[in-house]
Every structure is written in structure tokens, then in C-alpha cells.
Design a protein around this ligand. Structure first.
Ligand SMILES: [Zn+2]
Length: 49
């Protein structure tokens, strides 16, 4: 059971990426450093509901 989650830029809050995670294994909010095309730099992207 893997659920699709969305990753939003920590600065502009735009949802740039989606990924999947196993909610039973990973209960905490995930954070990934990804390139934001709106900020035009790498930003930490956080999981959004
Ligand atoms: Zn951004």
C-alpha cells in the first residue's frame, strides 16, 4: 500500500513534485531537496496533504 503524496517548495509553496511513500513505514513528513523551477534554485520540498 503506497500512497501518492505531493512535495511542495518550502519557499513559494508550489507543488512541483509528486512521489509515493508507504505510510505505515514512513509516518513522519518527508522532506526532499529538489529543484524548484519557480524559485530557480534547489529548495527543500515538504510533503503536502
Ligand atoms: Zn519555490
Amino acid at each position: 500500500m503506497r500512497d501518492i503524496i505531493q512535495l511542495a517548495c518550502g519557499e513559494c509553496k508550489r507543488r512541483n513534485y509528486s512521489t509515493t511513500k508507504n505510510k505505515k513505514k514512513t509516518t513522519e513528513r518527508i522532506e526532499m531537496k529538489k529543484f524548484c523551477p519557480f524559485c530557480r534554485k534547489h529548495q527543500p520540498h515538504k510533503e503536502q496533504k
